[in-house]
Design a protein around this ligand. Structure first.
Ligand code: NOJ
Length: 768
């Protein structure tokens, strides 16, 4: 052990496994072979009692149910495999000390947390990150989040979430990367690669756990925790590829979804967890149940009692049980009775030990901690934040939805009224799952605009309304702690002040939308409009006749049909994180140029959901140029989304040339290039995202009207042109046919390239 860590060698006796380790002191983690790991783990397993093995399968959350003292006791007794919800080095070290000083085998714990879009520095929510369409930006987020989390002593994150979703009613759309398979897969992959780095064992890397496997984003009606029913074709074509991409990128963990899939809860689904995950995809890491999911098998109606639930979960392939007392209570008896085999326990324990090995914990249980004297004096110190990167990334995530007569960017002059309950909210701008982010450190729109205008113009501010005046919604949102406040002044007083202020200004900027908690776990909505109190405010502001700029904050597509008429400009800012206020001010005043593109379609009303772009054709397609009664549409609404997938304006303009193909024929095993020339036809430098879509118009089953198959973000100076090429191979043409074979069928393929999913240049080629 001497080589492990000088302090450790002095303070702790060698664990039983230490003598067996084959890892050389100087070997880089990546140099350790799987073979060496297997040999090491096999030897360690041979020394473990059944109880110690079961202990490794338990993931304990620190919280009111499990105070630190009780947890330390369990740790000493070898009853805990890993901990989550503890985020400071002293706390983590104290727990690891229990293992290293007092437990029999001294098997290190790993420490996990929901580091979803930042740890101390909070970046935009994942849906916003997806709007950047920039894997490099995601990598910046991943690296910094991993760095800050590892610097806090953490080893694992419950991220990325790659649940494709067509459901804006679902509050967790905020945590994913939108409605598209490819975009989600690319973002998830970038997150895994950047968080894990060369090896999760490295000092500043985190191991990832991809979630929620599988299909959580497809819960029926967008109602949280609901069931999913899906054809295998759609599952493998649209929903499963992002999980696979994140696993192929090396993610060490998988978190299993709370929902059922075709009647079988994912936590009980051996087809999903074994046949697909292990046998087909060759996943070697760890599977973790979601919070309390094992006992929920009883509510799902597939387990008769807790013992039954444990039997089903472990036999289905759940290695680690999150926040669940049942594994320790029932596994010993189940093994004794033969209902769970020792081989099953060994296999699950092996997976846990494998990831601990991969995290480098057997080489150095304190690898992400270091000596106590190096601990930050102040965990929330400013110096620990990465503000410039947060501001830059946030800039790329802002989507300009409307800009009538170029009202934006605003000039830094005159009087500007900033109004709205989200204009000065430090908490909300961070978004949900803001990890260890501190609200006091986030920059609000008010603060960002104040700094930008200092000495140049007057900024007036009024709250204007509560986020919501609905007492039931207020009660719900505040049920687990303060979330939305209710102003002491009456709604009418708030409104009157705001209107008076607007009248004094040259232009009104209204920061409106959802509170942080309205777009979170357990936050499904049946009405996806801006809450009524804020709609009323916007209507009153509009009535002043002043130019109205809406700064939207939200974690899902909202129905903004009414506001899209009212507003002169709309800037979609999602929840933009610690530096959000600066990034928004930069965009409003033209110090940056918005370049984000929607990763999800914005429906015109909740009744239009699902309104995703890559839907299948019908036998009676609706044609808005020649509307006909007996076609597929809603007769009481304009058809098609309000803002389509891939859409976003800029302060400059771009043109896209017709598509040129390197050949109009593609043979089996061959490929071709599809190219366009994009020109910045405006007066400002700007970035945009060139998107390539394919369509297979005649196949053995209906194929989507279009599917994203490639994208590139480019930056152009005024007048500058760039050729953008996409390689098309058979992989882009393949799909799961009626017999569940993955293949490309000969015939014509349409190629569409553009700056969103609707306005595209089209051509076609023949594949044989
Ligand atoms: C439940 C959520 O579904 C999951 O995403 C999260 O990682 C865990 N709780 C832990 O906080």
């Amino acid at each position: 052990m001497k080589w492990i860590y000088p302090l450790l060698a002095l303070s702790f006796s060698s664990p039983l496994w230490a003598a067996d380790t084959t890892v050389a002191p100087t070997s880089a983690p990546e140099a350790r072979s799987e073979q060496a790991r297997d040999a090491f783990v096999t030897q360690l397993l041979s020394k473990m009692t059944l109880d110690e093995k079961i202990g490794q399968l338990r993931l304990i959350s620190v919280g009111p149910d499990n105070p630190k003292q009780a947890i330390r006791e369990m740790i000493r007794n070898g009853q805990v495999g890993a901990i989550f919800n503890t985020v400071t080095r002293p706390d983590i070290r104290a727990m690891q000390d229990q293992v290293m000083q007092l437990s029999r085998l001294k098997i290190p714990l790993f420490f996990a947390y929901d580091v979803v879009h930042g740890q101390r520095t909070i970046f935009p929510i994942p849906l916003g990150l997806a709007a950047s369409w920039d894997p490099q930006a995601i990598k910046t987020v991943g690296r910094i989040s991993a760095y800050e989390a590892a610097d806090d002593g953490l080893n694992m994150t419950w991220a990325p979430m790659v649940d494709v979703s067509h459901e804006p009613r679902w509050g967790r759309m905020s945590e994913g990367f939108g409605e598209d398979t490819l975009l989600t897969a690319e973002m998830g992959k970038a997150m895994v690669e950047s968080m894990q780095g060369k090896s999760p064992a490295d000092r500043y890397s985190l191991m990832t756990s991809v979630k929620h496997f599988a299909l959580y984003g497809a819960v029926e009606g967008g109602q949280e925790y609901n069931s999913v029913d899906m054809s295998p074709q759609r599952m493998f074509q649209e929903y499963l590829p992002p999980y696979k991409a994140a696993l192929d990128a090396g993610s060490g963990g998988v978190m299993v979804a709370l929902n059922s899939v075709n009647g079988v809860p994912a936590t009980a689904d051996s087809w999903l967890l074994k046949d697909v995950l292990r046998d087909q995809w060759k996943f070697k890491g760890i599977t973790i149940s979601d919070h309390g999911a094992i006992k929920e098998l009883i509510n799902h109606g597939v387990a008769s009692d807790p013992r039954d639930a444990v039997r089903i979960a472990i036999n289905a392939g759940i290695d680690m049980s999150m926040s669940d007392q049942y594994y320790s209570q029932y596994l010993p008896g189940l093994v004794k009775s033969g209902a769970v085999s020792m081989a099953t326990i060994d296999e699950a324990t092996r997976h846990v030990l494998n990831v601990k090995y991969d995290m480098g914990l057997f080489s150095n249980p304190y690898s992400h901690l270091g000596p106590a004297q190096d601990d930050p004096k102040d965990t929330n110190a400013e110096s620990r934040l990465h503000r410039p990167q947060a501001r830059e990334v946030a800039a790329e995530t802002l989507v300009l939805l409307k800009n009538r007569l170029g009202v934006l960017p605003l000039k830094k002059q005159g009087t500007i009224a900033l109004i709205g309950p989200l204009a000065d909210s430090k908490q909300d701008i961070m978004g949900s799952w803001s990890a260890a982010g501190v609200a006091a450190q986030s920059v609000t729109v008010r603060e960002g605009m104040t700094q930008a205008l200092a000495g140049k113009a007057t900024l007036l501010y009024a709250k204007g309304s509560n986020i919501t005046d609905n007492p039931l919604v207020q009660k719900f949102l505040n049920s687990y702690g303060p979330e939305v406040s209710v102003d002491k002044q009456s709604p009418q007083q708030l409104l009157d002040q705001a209107v008076a202020m607007a009248r004094k200004a040259d232009v009104v900027v209204a920061a409106v939308g959802e509170s942080q908690g309205m777009a979170h776990e357990a936050s499904s909505r049946s009405d996806i409009r801006i809450p009524a109190a804020q709609r009323r405010l916007l209507t009153a502001l509009k009535a002043t006749g002043k130019p109205l700029i809406i700064v939207l904050m939200n974690g899902r597509p909202l129905d903004i049909s009414e506001q899209s008429q009212q507003a002169d400009a709309i800037l979609e800012t999602w929840f933009s994180g610690t530096e959000g206020g600066h990034a928004i001010a930069d965009a409003l005043f033209g110090d940056t140029n918005p370049s984000g593109k929607l990763p999800v379609s914005f429906p015109r009303s909740v009744g239009q959901i699902p309104a995703y772009y890559n839907h299948l054709p019908t036998g009676r397609p609706y044609n808005y140029l020649h509307p006909d009664k007996y076609t597929s549409h809603y007769y009481d609404a304009i058809n098609g989304p309000l803002y389509p997938f891939g859409y976003g304006l800029s302060y400059t303009t771009f043109s896209v040339s017709p598509v040129s193909l390197s050949s109009d024929q593609m043979t089996q095993g061959g490929h071709l290039q599809a190219s366009v020339t994009v020109t910045n036809t405006g007066k400002r430098a700007g970035a945009t995202v060139v998107q390539m879509y394919l369509n297979d118009p005649v196949a053995s089953l209906s194929r989507p009207v279009e599917e994203l198959k490639g994208f590139q973000r480019i930056s152009l100076q005024p007048g500058q042109s760039q050729q953008v090429s996409f390689k098309i191979t058979e992989d882009e043409l393949k799909f799961w046919n009626p017999q569940m074979k993955y293949l490309a069928e000969p015939g014509q393929f349409n190629v569409m390239i553009g700056l969103d999913s609707v306005r595209t240049e089209k051509t076609h080629f023949n594949y044989q």
